[in-house]
Design a protein around this ligand. Sequence first.
Ligand SMILES: [Zn+2]
Length: 137
Amino acid sequence: MDCIFCKIANGDIPSTTIYEDSDFRVITDINPVNLGHCLILPKTHAGNIYELNEELTGKAFTLAKKIAAAVQKATGCSGVNILQNNGEAAGQTVFHFHIHIIPRFKDDDMVLSFGSFKTDSESIAAMGKKITEVLHL
Ligand SMILES: [Zn+2]
């Protein structure tokens, strides 16, 4: 399989590695949205969160918390976004599961937009009920 994140995670392509263990490599993003933007990459291929096994999913987010704390200390940022995109519509551009750790500063140029979707309370409740119906824990 020709997956660039598999090659980076397994060391076949050099990267600025800030952390590594048997399951993950954490690198600095080569096109950072802010200085200190990091990526958490599992060493085994999973196209998205649905393909990543439960154990690695848990470990990935535990690691995200640790990396976020380190990014905050190192950059002196006032906030951190932890982003994980699944599917092209969600902004995923490399189809190997990864978590973005993005330091945020007051008045930086990065824009995350929430809350612009127009709907009504009945539709919100109905969708919530539908999600509960299909949820398999
Ligand atoms: Zn891969």
